[in-house]
Design a protein around this ligand. Sequence first.
Ligand SMILES: CC(C)(COP(=O)(O)OP(=O)(O)OC[C@H]1O[C@@H](n2cnc3c(N)ncnc32)[C@H](O)[C@@H]1OP(=O)(O)O)[C@@H](O)C(=O)NCCC(=O)NCCS
Length: 172
Amino acid sequence: MNPIYERGRTVTVRLAHPGDVEVIRAIRNHAIKHSTALWTQTPQSPAEGVAWLAAHLARGSAFVAEAEDEVVGFAVYGPWRELDGFRHTVEDSVYVREGRHGLGVGSALLTALITSAREAGHHVMIAGIEAENTASIRLHERFGFHHVGTVPEVGTKFGRWLDLTIMRLPLT
Ligand SMILES: CC(C)(COP(=O)(O)OP(=O)(O)OC[C@H]1O[C@@H](n2cnc3c(N)ncnc32)[C@H](O)[C@@H]1OP(=O)(O)O)[C@@H](O)C(=O)NCCC(=O)NCCS
């Protein structure tokens, strides 16, 4: 069942397609500019956005959430680490458009990601979250992710050190 969203409207989640690239890039670049969700200050160029999404589309691991025909968020999962011994572990990313947080969109997207990763036969899903990102930590807790630990000062942005909280969900 689709979750009920803001004032009784419904949010639907579907697989992303190439035509979603610019709205996804805009949501991603907003997070790059204004938050510590993504640990870079370099926005994604149009060409980088196409290449990044294409890799996810090929795997069927990119989803968007729509409310009244407008994309209000996206989520992807992909390899946690590159070496083939890690191939049964994936890492998720969930981004909801500014102004649409706290309305169930992230939950709808994470539901789709977990279902898809399970169907694809993956074993574990990892989330790497900036330690002060309480919204994302709460979102992941809600789906049964457990805290593995927090690695202090492994990143930097906006002139300060960032700590990385690792959360883990068994899929099989
Ligand atoms: C993190 C994010 C994806 C959550 O999506 P969302 O649509 O806002 O979350 P939901 O409305 O589905 O809420 C999920 C849970 O998180 C909680 N939550 C949402 N926003 C919160 C906030 N600002 N502070 C604390 N908890 C929050 C909700 O209360 C809910 O928990 P509950 O079931 O106990 O009530 C969204 O806030 C976002 O896009 N943030 C910016 C990008 C980002 O940080 N992405 C994650 C990178 S690791």
